[in-house]
Design a protein around this ligand. Structure first.
Ligand SMILES: Cc1cc2nc3c(=O)[nH]c(=O)nc-3n(C[C@H](O)[C@H](O)[C@H](O)COP(=O)(O)O)c2cc1C
Length: 166
């Protein structure tokens, strides 16, 4: 059985809301969804697939609670797991650092695990993002501030990618 855990950091609730929408579509139970403010390395080990989500703050920074949790991720053996990333950002006001936090988490895990769920940048409008590698987002980039009408379709398409990759 492929057990999925969702770990999110959210300052204003957007990434939290997205985490729960993704969970519903993948059939992930509420007690397998963690706010990283209260999670530890031991919580990560229980899962085959980890979905890690962060909003971006400052100018391209991780969401505050991720600043601590990234160390917990770093000390966890992820070698037999798959990791997928998602993030919320603002592609209009922060078009040079759009969803950078997702790129930071990617760099922290990419040599330790298999990252799944990259997304085409077509349909997004931004200038620069650390989350773009080889022309694709390393995970699901969402903009609840300007494009929330696109979020459902973006989640639906991504969930199908995840299902076929796990
Ligand atoms: C002070 C501030 C700084 C921000 N910096 C960035 C940024 O560098 N890049 C980005 O894509 N979004 C940035 N955002 C937008 C947030 O990431 C976005 O509103 C997100 O949906 C917040 O999600 P949360 O409620 O889960 O924390 C910033 C927002 C604020 C208020």
């Amino acid at each position: 059985m492929n057990k999925i855990g969702i770990f999110y950091g959210s300052s204003g609730g957007n990434t939290q809301g997205v985490a729960s929408r993704i969970a519903k579509k993948l059939g992930v139970a509420d007690n397998d969804i963690y706010d990283v403010a209260n999670a530890k390395s031991g919580n990560l080990t229980a899962y085959d697939t980890l979905l890690l989500g962060s909003s971006t703050w400052g100018l391209g920074d991780l969401q505050d609670d991720w600043e601590g949790f990234i160390g917990e991720v770093a000390k966890t053996d992820l070698s037999n797991k798959k990791v997928a990333l998602f993030g919320c950002g603002d592609s209009a006001s922060y078009c040079d650092t759009f969803c950078d936090a997702m790129g930071k988490i990617y760099r922290a895990v990419k040599d330790k695990t298999t990252v799944i769920g990259s997304v085409d940048t077509a349909g997004y409008s931004f200038d620069s993002s650390e989350a773009v590698v080889n022309g694709q987002f390393v995970g699901l980039a969402l903009d609840e501030d300007n494009e929330n009408q696109l979020t459902d379709d973006r989640i639906n398409a991504w969930v199908e990618i995840i299902k076929s990759a796990i």
